[in-house]
Design a protein around this ligand. Sequence first.
Ligand code: NAP
Length: 284
Amino acid sequence: MTTLIMQGKPVAAVYRECLQAKLAAAKAQGTQVTLAILTVGDDPASQIYRDRLAKTTESVGAAVRKLNLPAASTQAEVLAAVQQLNVDPTVRGILPMMPLPKQINERAVCAALAPEKDLDCLQPVNCGLLYLGQSKWGPCTPRACLAILDYYKVAVAGKHVVVIGRSNVVGKPVALLLLQRNATVTICHSKTANLSAIIKSADVVIAAVGRAGFVKPDMLRDGVILVDVGINARPGGGITGDIDPACYAKAAAYTPVPGGVGVVCNMMVLETLTRNLEEVKAHA
Ligand code: NAP
């Protein structure tokens, strides 16, 4: 059996080319597109992600506004910062970096985002539209999973897709998007009984657990398709996924870590940022 390695790089390259053209055209008409990234405190993973995203954003021709609040910020201060970005006509999209410090209510911050500037579908109106299948965009990581499957012509209609993880940013929304593509979806989580048996019945596994090497070869049937969302720090440096690389021998196709889903995620952020360029107005 030949195994297809679903690299993220060629997928990202297709989006990059399109984004560059779109942003150059907007610039020629005098429109500067700005992404606002809000961080509260100094979580190292958030800072790394923010700086990488900022670099990618600038490399395709959009501007970045980093708004960094101190770790001791109050709820009112964070909400005021969100409101400031909501009404700023130069800001077209907002991405708050999670996790926020303990004293900040994340749900309240998500709810405060202007729906049209909420790039990762965190705001309840956007979550509701996603649930109804009426969302004009979707959360970035789940869309990256689908963009990779599309690029490599892996159809999910009629297939049994097992999603491991039920977070609001990955597990739940990816399940909804798959359902819209007519997949038969099972969502598993830490309380799922007979997890291995369920995973074994999957045609496609989407792993979003946050545990290095969680999926093992004996949980899989031959010819399975593996999409690994996991980003776990390796003790000696670098990152590893939620799927044990020993599983690749059983797969018809898989996304590597690093080099798979993560590579495409930032392009999804920027694709949302640049959607309908002419239609976006400041939220008053
Ligand atoms: P999360 O909020 O921690 O959710 C993890 C999910 O895994 C939860 O639903 C949890 O179940 C489930 N889980 C934990 N242990 C389990 C077990 N033993 N058996 C079955 N399910 C189990 O994480 P997340 O934000 O969804 O992220 C998941 C992974 O994706 C992380 O590695 C994260 O770094 C990565 N990630 C990558 C990107 C990207 O750009 N590629 C973006 C976002 C996240 P319960 O709900 O029952 O606790």
